[in-house]
Design a protein. Structure first.
Length: 89
C-alpha cells in the first residue's frame, strides 16, 4: 500500500472573530465568541476565547472581523493563521 505524493491536509477548523490586538510582529490576537447552550439550564450563553494568529502581510487592524484557520504550530502559542479580512473597522 503506497501513499500518493500530494497529501491533502484534511479539514481544518475555521473561526470568525474580531481582532483585539496587533502589537506583535506578524501576529494578531483574535477574540472568538461562541454562543452555546448552558449544560444544565439550556440557556444560550456566550463563551469567548482568544486565538493568536499569524498575519504574514500585517493587513488586519484592531476591530476588523477576520477568518482564521488552524495550522501547524508556528510558535509557542501560535497555531492559527489569517485567511481573510471580512470587514474593516
Amino acid at each position: 500500500m503506497t501513499e500518493t505524493a500530494s497529501k491533502s491536509p484534511g479539514l481544518r477548523k475555521q473561526r470568525i472573530g474580531n481582532v483585539v490586538s496587533t502589537g506583535m510582529n506578524k501576529t494578531i490576537v483574535v477574540q472568538f465568541i461562541a454562543r452555546v447552550p448552558h449544560p444544565r439550564f439550556k440557556k444560550i450563553v456566550k463563551r469567548s476565547k482568544k486565538f493568536y494568529a499569524h498575519d504574514e502581510n500585517e493587513e488586519a487592524r484592531v476591530g476588523d472581523k477576520v477568518r482564521i484557520e488552524e495550522t501547524r504550530p508556528l510558535s509557542k502559542i501560535k497555531r492559527w493563521r489569517l485567511v481573510e479580512v471580512l470587514t474593516h473597522h
